[in-house]
Every structure is written in C-alpha cells, then in structure tokens.
Ligand binder design. Structure first.
Ligand SMILES: NC(=O)c1ccc[n+]([C@@H]2O[C@H](COP(=O)([O-])OP(=O)(O)OC[C@H]3O[C@@H](n4cnc5c(N)ncnc54)[C@H](OP(=O)(O)O)[C@@H]3O)[C@@H](O)[C@H]2O)c1
Length: 339
C-alpha cells in the first residue's frame, strides 16, 4: 500500500506524541503536517517538545518541522487524513472547518461526539457505525470519525463479547492515570501521594458513549478517580446479567473474541485475560500485541448473581491515538478505492 499523507493536530501534547510514536513505525501513513499552538511555528519537533512517553522519541519524527495550526496550510500540505489531538473546545471549530474542505478527520476530542451523524467507533465493537460518514457527505465530501473517551473504550471492549448474555447493570470504578489529563496536566501538589475522586465530565461520558457504542440499553453507574500513576487506566467492574452467567462463560467469551482481518494496529486478540490475581496493573500498559492496543482483564469473580472483574486500558494508545489510527486503517480497508 502507498503511504497516505497525514496531519497530526495537537502533535506536541500527550496524545499527539503517542500518534507520532505509532506513525513512525507505520508503513500505511506518512506525517506531512504537524501542528501545535501559535508558538510552535517554524520549530523542529525534536528540539521543541517535552517528550513524555516511556520510550525514545523516534529519530525521524524528531527532525520534522512543527507548524502553528492553520487550516489553509493544513489543507495545502497534501494530508488526506487528519489525526486530531486538539483540546475539545478548539476541535469544535477546527474539525468541522477541515471537514468542509473535504478532509477525513479521525479525532480524539469529545467535541463532535454528540453530533448524531458523527460515529463514535471501535472497530471490534461497532464497525457498522462507519456508515454514518455518508450522512456527513462522504464520498463526495469530508467527514469526522471519533473514538470514545479512553475509559469507555476499555469498558466497551471488555463488555462487547458479553452482550450475548444480556447485560442489565454495570457498576464501574476507574483509577485513571495522570497522562489522561494531558501535559502539563494536573499540578503535582494536587495528586502526589493522593487520589482525586472526581474527574469533571468523565462519568457522564462513560454513561452516554458506552450505550451508543454497545447499542444496548443498560443501567450504568460510573465513579471516576484520578490516581498518581503515569500511564494506563484500571477499571473495577461489576456486571448483572439477565440470566445466570458463570465465570467460565465470561472467560470463554473473551477467548473467542477475535479480529479476523488484521491491519497494523488491530490486535488479533482485543481482550487478553490475565490468570494471576495481581494483574492487570498499570505498569503493563505498553505491553501486549500491538503494544498498548490490547485490553487486559483479570480477577473474574462470581457473587450473588453478579460478575466482577478488573480491566486495564492504555489511555494514550488504544484509548486515544492508537484507536484513531485503527479507525483510519479500518476506513481505508473498507473504502480505500473510494477516496
Ligand atoms: N490524554 C489522554 O489520555 C486522552 C485520551 C483520550 C482522548 N483525549 C483527548 O485528546 C485531546 C488531546 O489530549 P492531550 O492529553 O494530548 O492534551 P495535551 O497534552 O494538553 O495536548 C494538547 C495539544 O493541543 C495543542 N493546542 C492547545 N491549544 C492550541 C491552540 N490554540 N492551537 C493549536 N493547538 C493547540 C497543544 O499544543 P502546544 O503544546 O503548542 O500548546 C497540544 O499539542 C483532548 O481533546 C483530550 O480530551 C486524551
């Protein structure tokens, strides 16, 4: 496949850095336009940013020039796909403007998720959502595809193969890493040696996005907590099903849950169960195959008709940049010839 030129907006932030790390090793896409805020124009990526991922910055990325975000320059760059890691309030203006110019936008921002014509997509869970791009004007015009909020993504993947058992109620408590709040993010004095039992807007997002992605009516009760860990969101889940479901049924459903058609960032096994009681843990966030793209589960328990388990999702990879790139791969596999 020829490399498709892509732009990364918000390239200097936590999700933007993750995009660039993933794109450096991806042979379908070539970054042709990287943008940050006004002060970034004319600087070189490697010299100007505070690299915060636990691996080295890829050398070829470090040499690319940065731009101050500009719609016309982005269009003129020749990028056909736009990966957006912009703050939501900015994305609300920039993403529709780029769509109007005929571009395909794959976004992490929450701004456009409530638009009924904009899909919130996880290819393993609701691939049919991609058809909504036709309501936005594709194939003659541009479109926006979003991925879910990072905590929702992990939960939706673990629950997707369990839909067949009739999910009725879900209680989830998240322990979310500080990279989920971006960089520089939360002041250290607020989070060091502590935990913050409230993340503005997060519980509402889980409530609405989960139902849309799973396509079922369930009662969901989320509690979201920020914890002093750098990467990975851990979630403690209790689920009530319509009928009697045993631990072995759950493990079997996760084992059978597969991606048959694989692309570079599509895991063959989307949900991987850990047998040991001390796993999954946030320090496993960048493991798995492809790294950071699998959801890990563990500690499955049965209690009075409920099933409990723990899950781990990498908020920056599967929960953000990797999820967007996987959506773009899915789009190209399906519509490559129409673009
Ligand atoms: N972090 C996560 O785990 C996660 C997960 C899922 C979704 N998201 C969503 O992804 C988006 C990015 O999150 P993040 O964590 O990467 O945030 P971040 O670290 O704060 O990065 C924000 C990015 O936006 C750029 N930006 C800010 N103001 C701008 C302006 N006026 N013009 C152009 N660019 C501007 C910043 O550029 P400068 O560096 O030049 O200021 C930076 O590149 C958000 O919408 C967030 O809700 C984040």
């Amino acid at each position: 496949m020829n490399e498709t030129g892509v732009a990364v907006l918000g390239a200097t932030g936590m999700v933007g850095q993750t995009f660039l790390w993933l794109l450096a090793g991806h042979d379908w896409f070539k970054p042709v336009y990287l943008a940050g805020s006004r002060t970034r124009g004319g600087r070189v990526y490697g010299d100007d940013i505070c690299w915060r991922l636990p691996m080295q910055m890829p050398e070829r990325i470090g040499r690319i020039e940065l731009n101050a975000l500009d719609i016309d320059e982005c269009v003129d760059s020749g990028a056909r796909i736009i990966f957006s890691a912009l703050p939501s309030e900015l994305a609300a203006d920039v993403e529709p403007a780029l769509r109007k110019r005929g571009l395909a936008i794959f976004s992490n921002a929450g701004a456009m998720r409530s638009d009924p014509d904009v899909p919130i997509m996880i290819p393993e869970v609701n691939p049919e959502a991609l058809d909504l791009i036709r309501e936005q004007g594709f194939p003659t015009g541009g479109f926006i595809v979003t991925n879910a909020n990072c905590s929702t993504t992990g939960l939706a993947l673990a629950l997707a193969p369990l839909r067949t058992f009739g999910i009725e109620q879900v209680f989830v408590t998240t322990c979310q890493s500080i990279s989920g709040a971006g960089y520089p993010g939360i002041p250290s004095l607020d989070i060091c040696d502590s935990a913050i039992p409230f993340i503005p807007g997060e519980e509402e997002k889980i409530g609405t996005e989960l139902l849309e992605i799973l396509g079922i009516e369930i009662a969901i009760y989320p509690t979201c907590v920020r914890i002093p860990v750098r990467f990975g969101h851990l979630e403690m889940v209790w689920v009530k099903f319509a009928g009697s479901v045993r631990k072995d049924d759950i493990l079997h459903a996760w084992r059978e849950f597969r991606n048959e058609e694989c692309s570079p960032l599509t895991p063959a096994i989307p949900v991987l169960h850990c047998e040991e009681d001390c796993r999954p843990r946030p320090d496993m966030s960048f493991s798995g195959e492809p790294p950071g793209m699998q959801v890990f589960t563990g500690r499955v328990r049965e209690r009075e008709g409920w099933i409990g388990f723990v899950l781990l999702v990498n908020n920056l990879v599967k929960g953000a940049a990797g999820g967007s790139i996987q959506n773009a791969e899915f789009f190209l596999r399906k519509h490559g010839d129409d673009t």
